[in-house]
Design a protein. Structure first.
Length: 257
């Protein structure tokens, strides 16, 4: 069984202005950008040093006309995309696209959990995987957070599909429980029942930065918005939740220096 099964392995941004987004995230998070070379599409790979983290592409016109807005999406690694897609639908999830192949890259499906939160399932064309970077390496993904319609039923869905296990649970008072989850090792994310002001369930992705205050300033200087924070979290780290200039939500995690 692949050690990457059930782990997030990649992140995509679909946006209305890919070039502006490339410039924004390069300035704010420090990513390098390079064209993927994939035939028939414009897809920019973003990297932390030499490690690929994700990609940026245009939001398709048909998706935009159907109401889709700029957003980040995560890819969860699986051993068999088709079998996982079937299990996902049987568990109440939805297939939006695929399963389909990306030539030379892998097989994927665009899906949503029973409450509507969007993500991808993915299996690479080879078993070769990038060398994992140390936790907290600037530019890499440091945390994943599900704002669910109901976190208990969401956890049951993801646990059944990917084998996730519960880690620590935190009492957030009026905001309810924040449940950490793991994929075979240390916790990789958390989930909570969303606040009423959030219109629909979604995944929020946190990228590591070297200094949370400096990163938050870079975000606003580059035309983004700070929506929440900086706020201290357990472990001595600080988080800030943001929107980029095109409106895509993202977050950053790092120390306060």
């Amino acid at each position: 069984m692949s050690p990457f099964k059930g782990n997030f392995v990649w992140y995509d941004l679909m946006t209305t202005d890919p070039k502006a987004a490339e410039a924004f995230y390069s300035a704010v998070i420090g990513w390098k950008t390079a064209d993927s070379g994939l035939p028939g599409m414009v897809y920019t790979v973003v990297s932390a040093g030499e490690t690929g983290v994700g990609g940026i592409m245009a939001l398709p016109a048909d998706a935009a006309s159907a109401g889709a807005r700029p957003a980040w999406s995560g890819y969860i690694g699986v051993n068999d995309v088709d079998a996982t897609a079937k299990a996902l639908t049987q568990a109440g999830g939805t297939i939006h696209k695929g399963p389909d192949d990306i030539p030379g890259v892998g097989r994927f499906a665009a899906v949503a959990d029973p409450q509507g939160a969007f993500f991808y399932i993915f299996k690479g064309a080879t078993d070769a995987q990038p060398t994992p970077q140390p936790m907290g390496t600037p530019g890499t993904a440091g945390w994943r957070e599900l704002h669910a319609g109901n976190w208990e039923s969401a956890f049951a869905f993801y646990s059944g599909l990917f084998g996730w296990t519960k880690a620590e649970a935190m009492d957030m008072g009026p905001m309810g429980t924040y449940q950490l989850f793991a994929a075979g090792g240390d916790p990789i994310g958390g989930m909570m029942t969303k606040v009423e002001t959030i219109p629909a369930p979604f995944w929020l992705y946190y990228f590591c930065v070297e200094n949370i205050d400096a990163a938050a300033k870079r975000a606003t200087d580059a035309g983004g918005q700070v929506l929440h924070g900086p706020h201290e979290v357990p472990g001595g780290m600080w988080i800030v939740q943001c929107a980029d200039p095109q409106g895509a939500a993202f977050a950053m995690v790092g120390p306060k220096l």
